[in-house]
Design a protein around this ligand. Sequence first.
Ligand SMILES: Nc1ncnc2c1ncn2[C@@H]1O[C@H](COP(=O)(O)OP(=O)(O)OP(=O)(O)O)[C@@H](O)[C@H]1O
Length: 432
Amino acid sequence: MDNQKTVYLVVNPVAGQQTARDFVKSYVKPLLEPSGYSIKAYETQSVGDAARIAREISEQPASTAQGGARTVVLAGGDGTMHEFIEGIYSLGGKEAKGERWELVMIPVGTANALYASTYPPGTPPPSLSDTLSGHTSSFEEETLAKLSSLAAFLTAGKKPTTLPISLSSFTGSDRNANAAPTPIPSHVVISTCLHSNLLATAENLRAEYPGVERFKVAARENAGKFYDAKLVLHGGSSGTVQVYEPATSSFVETGSRVIDGTFAYFLSSAACPRLEPTFVISPLLERIPDKESMDVLVIRPGRDPRIRKILDEAEYESFKAVRDAGDQEVLDKLSEAWVPRACEVVGKAYEEGRHVDLTYTPEGDVESRGTGPRVVEVYRCTGFEWTPRDKDDKGSHLVCADGSLMHIPSGGSASVRLDKGAEGKGEICLWT
Ligand SMILES: Nc1ncnc2c1ncn2[C@@H]1O[C@H](COP(=O)(O)OP(=O)(O)OP(=O)(O)O)[C@@H](O)[C@H]1O
């Protein structure tokens, strides 16, 4: 370690609207330069380059003047931070004992999920010391809001917080090119079913629909699909898994750690209630915070009385039975009935996450906090294993880890756990 105070500044020039360079020059450097830190600047050159930069920074000594921390200001989006964290993990815990990574976010990406989750809309702009506000008095409020994490770092007396990271590994016999050989760290989201398949479709539509329209088209294309899998949830040290009870707005212990069935939606996160500023898909991370756990959110269409009715009338016990019988007519009917329901339920994420409070009425409508079955199931746990039931169904094998898409090898599963920091790797903290 040395006692020089250093800030590493990593800029992704192509993130979001390609504003990172200008933003850093106009607003970040003017705050950093007078602060007494020496600045070492890097610019990402290509996809994956932030990981290389993390490894390069790891070779510089951590600073005793910063309590053993390497402070890194990342100007980019979630992808830039994801790659940087991957780079840290690829070191395999080579950092010396007591060394830490402290990250500062400059949200110049597209979705900026972590930033939006840390500073939800309506968060007042940071209050700055007299010295700093001398530099920012001409900044617009929107600009100031983007400097909240930097302001926290530059404000005396504040401390960074640990960033929860989930690690995903894939098992299975026929490893394919897309399956990662080592656990993949994620700080935003791990998903499959509608979320990952929608992203894959949207990617294929990029040429046809360059704007965000492609996500709507992709959602319509995927909203009526169903995925058979077995989900096993891992409890905390006491082994317990909790489930959210809309009626009491609280988590209660559940005896069932194994969920076998047909899923339409599956998403987990430990740090990001919001995937966009107003899309609050995991609102309970915000409403009932718990730093030791992750939330797993699933939607199983078989809980919907209208869907149940279609199955009963066609005399099938389950979705699987319909599929095994190859009854396309009933499958189409189920999809058609499910699409509006899926859109209605997931759409409520835009209403401050009201989807988690929905319950079914006996007639098959949805209401908020009724006494019927939960529409969305939210489990609080420390990890899970997702095993697709049909080895030929590509959709249930497609996993999104912070936006990157991977395939579970046929016959395998995805295993995800919260990293408890026991791996010897330098702790990763966030200035907030
Ligand atoms: N010089 C570069 N040329 C091309 N791609 C780059 C370069 N530097 C970084 N990248 C890639 O840019 C991509 C986008 O970055 P990032 O995810 O941070 O922004 P975003 O997608 O706009 O925001 P968000 O993830 O918050 O929606 C990353 O996948 C990264 O690999």
